[in-house]
Design a protein around this ligand. Structure first.
Ligand code: FES
Length: 156
């Protein structure tokens, strides 16, 4: 079974002061390795802040850790209209395009306009590293919900 994975290089944002400090130093060191620009690899669990998460830009995931040792992966594509979500902050996955917010625990929308959950992916933790299985769990949709109602949101 192949695992889809990612690198520290692909991390866009991190919440949590301790995690930001840890992540910042390791992100800088990994930026010098051009071989990691493909988004392949695994990520240290220590880079996922407890009570928060990170948005990966080279991969397609948001990785969260609502409580210590409990990891979740979701698509980083907003279920509303397909923007890449911006960050994990205040225990929510946040999209800046139209203001949708999602739970870091199960990806359900906590604030609209999104009404569908983020697609969730299985996470595998081996030792202190984490990888994401590319086959989504049941539930959310990889397709933005707005694709079916684009005429109602013209200009968005
Ligand atoms: S695309 Fe994310 S809120 Fe609209």
């Amino acid at each position: 079974m192949a695992l889809s994975t990612f690198t520290r290089r692909s991390v866009l944002s991190v919440t949590g002061l301790a995690a930001a400090a840890v992540a910042g130093s390791s992100f800088l060191s990994s930026c010098t390795n051009p071989g990691q620009q493909t988004g392949q690899g695994s990520i240290p669990t220590s880079e996922i802040p407890v009570g928060g998460g990170i948005v990966l830009t080279k991969g397609k995931y948001v990785i969260t850790q609502p409580t210590a040792g409990q990891f979740h992966a979701f698509t980083n594509i907003c279920a509303h209209a397909g923007c890449q979500v911006a960050r994990v902050k205040d225990s929510e996955i946040q999209c800046d395009c139209h203001g949708s917010r999602y739970s870091i625990t199960d990806g359900h929308p906590t604030h609209g306009p999104a009404v569908r959950s983020l697609t969730q992916y299985p996470v595998e933790v081996t030792g202190n590293r984490l990888t994401v299985e590319p086959t989504p769990l049941g539930g959310g949709s990889a397709s933005p919900e707005a694709s079916a109602s684009a005429s109602a949101t013209a200009g968005a």
